[in-house]
Design a protein around this ligand. Sequence first.
Ligand code: UD1
Ligand code: UDP
Length: 441
Amino acid sequence: MSVVGARPNFMKVAPIIAAIDKHNEELPAQVSAQGGRDAPEPVNHVLVHTGQHYDQAMSCSFFADLGLPKPEVHLGVGSGSHASQTAEIVKRFEPVLLEVKPDVLVVVGDVNSTLACALVAAKVSIDEPGARPLVAHVEAGLRSFDRTMPEEINRVLTDQLSDLLFITERSGWRNLVREGVASEKLHFVGNTMIDSLLAYRERAEKSSILEDLGLSVPKNGSCVCTKPYALLTLHRPANVDTRWALLDIIQGVIDLTRKYTVVFPAHPRTRKRVREYGLEAYFGPNGSNRELDRSDAVGDSGAIRMIEPVGYVDFLCLMKNAALVVTDSGGIQEETTCLGIPCVTVRENTERPVTLEMGTNILAGVTQQGIREAICRQLLSKPTGTVPELWDGESARRIVDVLICEVERRRARLARASATHFEQLDHRTVSQQHPSFRPGN
Ligand code: UD1
Ligand code: UDP
């Protein structure tokens, strides 16, 4: 069973489901090669959507884009405070687990859905005391060391609850060992978000988003950028949930609009805040700009071009062709690293240090001055990043191989334990009937 809930979960889970499908497709050949002996079994997979994100643009569109199957279970939790959202997921997820009884629960990333479902699985007893699924955390060990971030709390707790921890970069391994997690539980497998990026990179070439935004024109069967643009995303509560913080960031970015169109697919949290804080003026006459209107698409000098969040393939296309990405997203730091696109991260820290060490990412902090300087630096320098170790499109296959192996090992262990138990019971029954009988006689 795997769980999705919020936007960054879909692209992390999709490759795992694809790898399971591939494993199942390849089974008949393996079974006949092994003459049926010790042949692996097919993996049944159940997808659960908690409903943490629910808008077409934050959830549904990703199912179409990433070829995800319709979730077998939808918990429909929706938005709420951290406590109420987490509690609601916990409450609604437990009966699902008790009914489906999976061997493994896979959770990804660091959102509330991740922690809530891991917590249920780590404490549940299915049919008998202590019988529960293995909990596998994909993207384990990342640490910003900033406990004011709700995600950091979700990461630390999910890792402590997990039996199998799948790591995307070496810092994750070090962090987990330092926190006392046994190294037998750790698997450095690479990054499933990058599996998705590599799988959909070519499809992104065919996206019409640049044309729709008036940033390119078709020429000889492909699109040619007519105007350099930068891509902006912001949604961290620390950056957008107070007026002064959001305003300072906007002022740090606004100079960019002199030379570049700044395309801003705004997260619903941020869009709401822009309205609430009366900051629409920074987003031009079409502050709410719901429609992609070609007539005003180019030449937004002085204003940031705010649009609805875009689908996965369109967003890949926007990242690939951008002169610069400015963001506070976790995943986008990794994707720009892989694409070799300069990235300015509007945060004081990152839980993904490999994007700074090897990639094209720099930390700008959250002040307008810091952001301005970081943008200038990135625009002046040529990106020289390299793609981190094991970000090669094979991470999900590695994960599925480990999961199959671990489930088989656990089944074998349980079978041995139960055989020993029955043997002891047999001996006890016999010795009760024949007091002179002792095991080993
Ligand atoms: C969540 C994750 C964050 C992740 C982000 C990805 C947690 C604690 N946070 O933050 O780590 O980076 O998703 O996008 O899990 N809303 C809508 N429609 C939706 C979803 C949300 O309008 O489909 C609005 C609601 O007003 C909601 C607000 O956005 O209250 C915040 O949503 P929530 O899921 O609580 O947190 P995110 O900021 O999206
Ligand atoms: N993304 C998208 N459309 C958008 C913005 C982001 O498809 O309008 C994708 C992006 O490519 C990445 C993921 O969403 O794969 C990142 O999600 P987000 O920034 O919401 O979450 P975070 O990574 O910060 O947890």
